[in-house]
Write a protein that binds this ligand. Structure first.
Ligand code: GAP
Length: 649
């Protein structure tokens, strides 16, 4: 994944995506819309395949996960309960000169010297002042000229100097009958109208101070000061790794302000603020609010999961890195519900805690949350390996206690080595009982489950054992800053067999995964044509399970009806089972190159041997060509589907 090539790798990938129909800019003919992307014919197939691999691995091949397909717009109270209305925001800062908006925590940290501009006054205003007091224009204007910067004058000094200058003239002014108090208030009015706020510019090493003056001038000009006279402070501040300046021009940014990322809309034709609704910023909340319905309508029992794939919308402050951070994207989320550790302890006497090397292959009834969390990290890692994302391209970021949301017990980000850096692909969080408890509280509807085995275990306890159990839970909760009263209420319900399930949440982004597999598949290969000319060809080495097209079928020549008829018959059979393409245009070499760029792992060519021209042995066989090593083999037409199906599904 080297970036040493003359065109940056990401640029090449973005260009290939457009040229081959993987990804297009949304609304391109109208100039595009920032943060929105469309998937073209190949991209749509790729995304669909990724969706299917997730669906199968997380639900169809498991007995303990069921699917949900909920609406994008839901009751607004859901987002209040989940905390999104109050806290789902990113810090945003604006450049004070260009107005460009940045996500404050994503600004590239910079070092250098900050120059401080204390104020600026419009040179025209100086003329006004001069004429107001009968001073010669030239006198004040020359005194207020750009030399102020060199003299490092402070605004206090400037004000005082003004007073002195006016006072010098006072004899004349008094002779003209202007009272001193009028002069003083005129100066004050003038200063408040014309002296503009303080502003800083970060001067990067090697840059002249004049370059910062240009930025400062633009700052004051943008605030209506024509021909500003800059006053720069004597003190220069050394800045290390600061995110407070625009990396493009060094201008100071505004203080970060929280910006809620949810898209608002309104329900109904006569909607008012009371009818506000939100496009969902994650698919997860629908799972929590439909938890009871799923439990009541199926035979699931904790531990079990509900999975959902669907669109989510976030008004990201700075969408970036192609589709990596978009404003409309698709999530693949699982909420896996488990009993609280206290329930496991009551039923099994102890809780299996995680330790290095623990066997995570098969869930056990005595697992606590930590084992379940580790289990899902292992499951998701195995899923990624199954579509070609092995340990060489993945990494893990285990959030420290300080990074965790207050309700979360652990969270790990699975990272992928993108060409622009190692970034999050999926988050796997142990969220405790936060979500269901919040919805229980806000909706007033019970979201507990009843566990007969738990109740039976509790019934067997003596009074002393019950008291000891409650005391232990209270002690434990106290250690985790939770109240003893809440612990007692929880135990009261638990000992009757009721609890609010806890949650492990593997939450993946489909578009990020598509981008990951596109960047991983992209390979440049040096090829020599029949005339000995060397050229670089692109081969998209997708894992066959996710490749948009699995096989392409060619007749050797398009003007030989027997070849065409046989090739079309093969194509007609294959396309019913796997995504297939038919191509009869150009030389076979060109057709291979076209399919390599599309990432098609197999090509089938019908030639004269297939028609039996060399005898019966090769009759009804075809050439099967493998994309990654270019190798070819002869395969019976009747064996083709059986050969390909296990490789691509
Ligand atoms: N329910 C938990 C949740 O939504 P998240 O970390 O905010 O957690 C989960 O999002 C995943 O969704 C991320 O790991 C990422 O893959 C994807 N995702 C989040 N914001 C995205 C965006 N703006 N563009 C593309 N994918 C995004």
């Amino acid at each position: 994944m080297s970036q040493t090539k003359e065109i940056p790798l990401m640029e090449k990938i973005v260009s290939l995506c457009k040229r081959k129909g993987f990804i297009f800019q949304s609304s391109e003919i109208y100039g595009g819309i920032n943060g929105f992307w469309d998937y073209g014919p190949l991209g749509a197939e790729l995304k669909r395949n990724l969706r299917t691999t997730w669906w199968n691995a997380m639900m169809r091949e498991r007995e303990d996960v069921v699917p949900l397909d909920a609406t994008i717009i839901m009751h607004p109270a859901i987002w209040k309960a989940s905390g999104h209305v109050d806290t789902f925001s990113d810090p945003m800062a604006d450049c004070l000169v260009t107005k460009k908006r940045f996500r404050a925590d994503h600004v590239e940290p910079q070092s250098g010297i900050a120059l401080k501009y204390l104020s600026a006054v419009p040179s025209g205003a100086v003329v006004d002042l001069a004429s107001q007091f009968g001073l010669g224009d030239g006198a004040i204007l020359s005194w207020m000229g750009p030399s102020l910067i060199e003299q490092n004058l402070t605004p206090e000094y400037v004000c005082e100097s003004f007073r002195r200058k006016i006072a010098e003239q006072l004899g004349e002014s008094a002779a003209m009958g202007v009272p001193e108090a009028d002069i003083e208030s005129a100066i004050q009015r003038w200063l408040s109208a014309h002296v503009i706020a303080e502003f800083k510019v970060l001067l990067r090493p090697g840059k002249p101070k004049e370059s910062a003056d240009v930025v400062a001038k633009a700052f004051y000009e943008a605030r209506g000061v024509k021909n500003p006279v800059l006053i720069r402070s004597q003190t220069e501040e050394r800045i290390e790794n600061s995110r407070s300046f625009n990396p493009e021009n060094g201008a100071q940014l505004t203080e970060p302000k929280p910006f809620n990322l949810m898209y608002k809309t309104y329900n109904g034709a006569t909607a008012t603020e009371a009818d506000v609704a939100y496009l969902r910023p994650e698919t997860a909340q629908a799972i929590f609010v439909q938890f009871k319905n799923v439990v009541d309508s199926t035979r699931v029992k904790v531990p079990f999961g509900i999975g959902q794939i669907g669109k989510a919308f976030r008004n990201e402050v700075t969408p970036r890195n192609f589709t990596f951070r978009s404003r409309e994207f698709e999530q693949m989320e699982l909420e896996f519900f488990i009993p609280p550790d206290e329930a496991v302890r009551l039923v099994h006497g102890s809780v299996a805690a995680w330790s290095e090397g623990a066997d995570l292959s098969m869930p056990q009834t005595n697992w606590g949350w930590e084992m379940w969390h580790r289990y899902w990290v292992a499951q998701r890692t195995a899923y990624y390996a199954g579509i070609g994302l092995g340990p060489d391209v993945l990494d893990y970021f285990w959030q420290g206690k300080a990074d965790l949301a207050h309700y979360a017990r652990a969270c790990v980000d699975i990272l992928f080595k993108f060409p622009f850096g190692t970034e999050e692909l999926e988050g796997i969080a142990a969220r405790g009982d936060f979500d269901l408890t919040q919805h229980q509280k806000h909706s007033g509807k019970p979201l507990e489950v009843f566990d007969e085995e738990l109740r039976a275990a509790a019934v067997k306890l003596t009074d002393e054992q019950r008291a000891a159990f409650i005391a232990e839970v209270q002690e434990d909760w106290n250690d985790h800053n939770k109240s003893r009263e809440d612990a007692a209420l929880f135990c009261e319900r638990l000992l009757k067999g009721f609890y609010v399930p806890h949650v492990i949440e593997p939450s993946a982004g489909l578009d990020r995964l598509a981008l990951a597999v596109l960047t991983l598949a992209y390979t440049e290969v040096e090829k020599t044509d029949a005339k000995g000319n060397k050229e670089t060809q692109i081969v998209m080495r997708f894992h066959p399970r996710i490749a948009p097209k699995k096989v392409a079928v060619f007749p050797l020549l398009k003007n030989k009806p027997e070849l065409v008829a046989k090739a079309r018959a093969i194509y007609d059979t294959l396309k019913k089972h796997i995504a297939a393409d038919y191509d009869e245009g150009g030389s076979i070499g060109k057709r291979y190159a076209r399919q390599d760029e599309a990432g098609t792992p197999f090509c089938v060519t019908v030639d004269f041997d297939s028609l039996g021209e060399k005898g019966d042995e090769l009759k009804d066989t075809v050439t099967l060509r493998h994309r990654d090593d270019g190798s070819q083999e002869r395969v019976k037409i009747s064996d083709l589907l059986g050969r390909l199906l296990p490789l691509v599904s």
